[in-house]
Design a binder for this molecule. Structure first.
Ligand code: 1PR
Length: 553
């Protein structure tokens, strides 16, 4: 197949680099559409969407692209929408009630019900073709494969009325079934992210690029929503703590309860477990569902633009087609010249443009939660829009904002010993036989404890707009002794957003134990993967044997 030129509708959406990389990986090229005139030359457009429905529509309108886009579709030329790029094809969304959509498809985008499940719907799920239309060329979606979804709003799948003419596939998430792809005429759009869905995702993208997908007009029989099976999986995440070692090389390191240096007898240098991009690529090849890079020491002596993590992301995203999270140093930054100031939302923006799908915020989330709780105590409006969490969520969507929590146990004899904090009775008493504990949040990589407990932190950050919790545990980190089930269960009960269990995994049984005991949405490990003690495939095989759905890479 000769290389084709695709046109990407660029209205400032978050991570378009991944799409660019995915198209290039398939062997084609991309040119951007930025003005109304650019539509004239386009003969195949990809319309990505990241962030909020309202932001996407406002951006399209501000650039004068709404009418040209509608005219393009009316002309019968091919368009592929992705995620919010699919949602805005509908009439409107509850996310942004005052922003009408493009109205190309009949229907309204609505919020998932979080009283019965975690929201956002974040992770790998199936997409089942639901209509029986015969066509020579069809979108390449495989019912056995899993695709990466991340959204809080969706189009409820009814299989009735006008939907019969444009619904292509549907996906069950708990008690709800949503439209996961639409196809009518030459318009094909997916709720999931093909560019982040590994090999099956690239195949879906390829089918749009290399075939003439035109759905025949006419009635078709469709599957009933009740016949769309549950296929949502638990994510297995590999985490890479990155920093410069004493000779200045960027390495993946691994702490033992956050101490990343070898013992004095072994030289005391920073543990070196490999190169960040190489190791991440290995994990992608081995089936990791997601990869997190945590920059554990901020690179303070260089302008932010030169931070090596941007280059790590650029390189990693060229060959890794699963979601990438970047953490460490996501906050307002002042360059060493003292003049150039980077608000956190711009820092995040640079990471997204370099290939990240999510940013994770550690220390700054703790300070934001403290201010949030103080405003409540002072009788002020709790949300004032000033925090990094609020601003990044507003601009890029809450699913792009992870908070990384570094708690440690503080043992007490009785709940009265720390009345301001959420105390649990623990099955693992403290060094002096203490029966109770609370989890103190820390900043600066665990070096400073703050007077805020983990429950206060996660509920405050959820209210501020965080979309996910990466829950580490300083006491368990690097111990291989299993996750802190008491901590994770407690946090899971406190929030509706997804919780990633982290710290302490030592064998496959630990992964199934944490999922079954706490209902964690994702399981993360570092040391056992870096040291090749347990392959990702073994973790997945074990989860599967225990009746927990996982994705086959
Ligand atoms: O505060 O926004 O700049 O973010 C700093 C980030 O760096 C935070 O996400 C914080 O968790 C992380 N971090 C800082 N210092 C360390 C350290 O280890 N000295 N790493 C550190 C935290 C925990 C996980 C680890 C799991 C699983 N490491 O990264 O991957 O505990 O490990 P295991 O499976 O081997 O037990 P900011």
């Amino acid at each position: 197949m000769t290389s084709q030129k695709l046109y990407l509708l660029d209205y400032g959406a978050g991570n378009v680099r991944s799409l660019l990389n995915a198209v290039e990986k398939i062997g084609h090229t991309i040119e951007y559409i930025q003005t109304a005139e650019d539509f004239d030359k386009a003969d195949k457009i990809i319309f990505p969407g990241v962030g909020a429905f309202g932001y996407a529509m406002q951006a399209l309108r501000a650039k004068g692209l709404v009418e040209p886009l509608k005219a393009y579709v009316a002309s019968g030329r091919p368009l592929m929408g992705i995620c919010v790029g699919m949602q805005v094809l509908f009439e409107g969304s509850d996310e942004s009630p005052n922003e009408p959509g493009l109205g190309i498809f009949e229907g309204q985008v609505t919020l998932f019900d979080n009283s019965t499940k975690t929201v956002p719907h974040m992770g790998w799920n199936a997409t089942q073709t639901v209509h029986a239309t015969e066509s020579a060329a069809a979108p390449d979606l495989n019912a056995e494969s899993r695709y990466y979804f991340v959204h809080s709003y969706g189009v409820p799948y009814t299989g009735e009325g006008a939907q019969k003419e444009f619904v292509h596939s549907a996906t069950r998430y708990g008690d709800e079934v949503v439209v996961s792809s639409v196809w009518k005429g030459s318009v094909f759009a997916t709720q999931f992210h093909p560019e982040k869905s590994g090999t099956p995702g690239l195949a879906a993208l390829r089918s749009f690029i290399e075939s003439d997908l035109v759905r025949p007009v006419g009635p078709s029989t469709v599957t009933a929503p009740s016949d769309v099976p549950e296929a949502f999986t638990v994510r297995v995440i590999a985490c890479l703590d990155v920093r410069a070692n004493d000779t200045g090389d960027l390495v993946v390191t691994k702490g033992d309860q956050y101490d990343v240096r070898e013992s004095a007898e072994d030289g005391g240098d920073v543990r070196n477990l490999g190169k960040p991009v190489d190791l991440a690529k290995r994990y992608f090849d081995e089936g990791a569902d997601e990869i997190a890079f945590l920059n554990i020491t901020s690179f303070r002596n260089m302008p932010f633009k030169d931070t090596p993590m941007l280059e790590v992301l650029r390189q990693a995203s060229r060959s890794i087609f699963v979601p990438l999270t970047i953490g460490g140093g996501v906050r307002d930054i002042v360059d060493p010249d003292g003049e150039h100031v980077w608000p956190a939302v711009q820092v995040a923006g640079e990471y997204f443009r370099s290939g990240a799908d999510k940013v994770s915020i550690g220390s700054d989330a703790v300070y934001a939660a403290e201010r949030y709780l103080q405003r409540i105590a002072d009788g002020k409006v709790p949300l004032d829009g000033t925090t990094a969490i609020e601003q990044i969520a507003e601009r890029y969507g809450r699913q792009a904002v992870v908070i990384s929590v570094d708690p440690r146990r503080v043992y007490v004899n009785s709940p009265n010993d720390a009345p301001a904090h959420h105390i649990i009775k623990t099955a693992f008493p403290g060094p002096n036989g203490e029966q109770f504990c609370w989890y103190q949040c820390t900043v600066k990589g665990g070096r400073e404890g703050r007077d805020i407990d983990v429950r206060q932190l996660v509920t405050s950050c959820e209210a501020l707009g965080a979309g996910e919790v990466l829950l580490n545990c300083m006491d368990k980190d690097g111990t291989n002794s299993g996750y802190d089930l008491e901590l994770i269960g407690d946090v899971k009960r406190a929030v509706k957003i997804p919780v990633i269990a982290s710290s302490g995994a030592g064998k496959p049984e630990h992964f199934s134990e944490v999922v079954k005991t706490t209902a964690a949405d994702a399981v993360l490990a570092a040391g056992i993967f870096h040291r090749r003690e347990v392959p990702i495939a073994d973790v997945k095989a074990h989860l599967k044997a225990e009746g927990i759905q996982t994705r086959n890479a």
